[in-house]
Design a protein around this ligand. Structure first.
Ligand SMILES: [Zn+2]
Length: 368
């Protein structure tokens, strides 16, 4: 149904592994674009001086700033956030996917392609999360450093669907114990790109990992307060496998690891039976996935006389509003942990770990 430990021999992450190992294209320091990507038009009349002109423009940009800043692009909000945290003042990060955007379905826009082709490096989750971008990133990796940060998680720590044992669950940001490997992968990538910043990257990664551990300890404590019988987390898709594994919750998604295909009627029926049988009182919606299947589940349970409410809205594959606490990975996880603990009859402060959550009362997401 959900997941089994990934068998190393069945794992085939070779393609992504190859992507993350492709050596970067080298240009003079500060120049991040090869001549053919010069933003200038290429009228035939100017054909001779154009390459020289482009090189000059690039140099102009490089010497204008004091400390050379790495211009980076990251796919999901979660990846962008840890690159910003570790890179701090030495990086400028453009995230491609904003709040509420589903990475399983996301296709690049024209401006994404331009941003990626001009960036010093591109960071993505990998593990087949951003399936629609995979081909583009694979091509890009021949000319640019491209890092699949979730692939820094050791293979033996990955979970896989029983039906598709060679397809690891990509949602590793849901467990701080696994996500820390992605933070370390980001740190190492930044050091590789900008060795002068080694001390800075090491210091900020260390400070960030400390916060991550504190949040993990908070999560462990409040989730342990959920009564044994209520330790079931039902969500729209299987994004919470690592979360459940880390904190001892049984996890059920209406859809599988990906949101690409709709759940069938039989899946809804199976879950309705489970809700009734286990007397589950709360299920959760996700900000980046349609509520339709969750509504179907509630109606299905109501039809057989079992009342289920929406326990709250979780951030699964996208973070909260930009600039807000929930728009950071720490805030997103805090929100999820606190919402889940409170909705499943556990004990957690309404404003969460650091009293920073803008959390509505549990159940307020429910209409009527
Ligand atoms: Zn997902």
């Amino acid at each position: 149904m959900v997941s089994a430990a990934l068998k190393a021999q069945g794992y085939r992450g070779d393609r992504q592994a190859a992507i993350s190992k492709v050596p970067p294209a080298r240009y003079p320091k500060g120049i991040s674009s090869p001549p053919e990507e010069c933003p200038l038009p290429s009228p035939r009349l100017l054909s001779i001086p154009i390459a020289a002109l482009c090189a000059l423009l690039s140099w102009g940009q490089a010497v204008a700033g004091e400390v050379p800043t790495l211009r980076l692009v990251a796919t999901t909000g979660m990846v962008a956030d840890i690159v910003r945290e570790v890179g701090d003042e030495r990086v400028e990060v453009q995230g491609l996917m904003g709040p509420g955007v589903d990475p399983h379905l996301y296709r690049q826009t024209r401006s994404d392609v331009v941003a990626m082709s001009r960036a010093d490096a591109v960071f993505w989750n990998g593990l087949s999360l951003e399936v629609q971008l995979a081909e583009l990133l694979e091509r890009l990796a021949r000319r640019r450093p491209v890092f699949a940060v979730a692939e820094g998680v050791p293979r033996e720590a990955l979970l896989a669907d029983e039906q598709y044992p060679d397809q690891p669950d990509p949602h590793v940001w849901m467990d701080p114990g696994r996500w820390r490997h992605a933070v370390i992968a980001v740190r190492d990538a930044l050091i590789e790109l900008d060795p002068d910043g080694t001390d800075d990257y090491e210091a900020s990664a260390e400070a960030y990992l400390e916060e991550l551990e504190e949040l993990d300890a908070y999560a462990r404590e409040v989730l342990a307060s959920i009564p044994e019988t209520s330790r079931v987390l039902v969500t729209a898709h299987d994004a919470f496998g690592y979360f459940g594994d880390a904190y001892g919750l049984e996890v059920m998604g209406i859809q599988g690891f990906s949101t690409e295909s709709e759940a069938g009627l039989s899946r809804i029926e199976t879950l309705v039976d489970l809700l009734v049988e286990r007397e589950i009182g709360a299920i959760f919606v996700e900000t980046s996935v349609s509520e339709r299947s969750i509504r179907a589940l509630i109606e299905g349970a109501a039809a057989v006389g079992h009342e289920v409410r929406i326990g709250g809205e979780l951030f699964s594959d996208a973070m909260g509003p930009e600039g807000s606490y929930e728009g950071s990975w720490l805030g997103m996880l805090d929100h999820n942990v606190t919402t889940i603990a409170r909705a499943l009859d556990g004990d957690a402060p309404q404003a969460g770990w650091q009293a920073r959550l803008a959390l509505a009362d549990p159940g307020s997401a429910e209409e009527e």
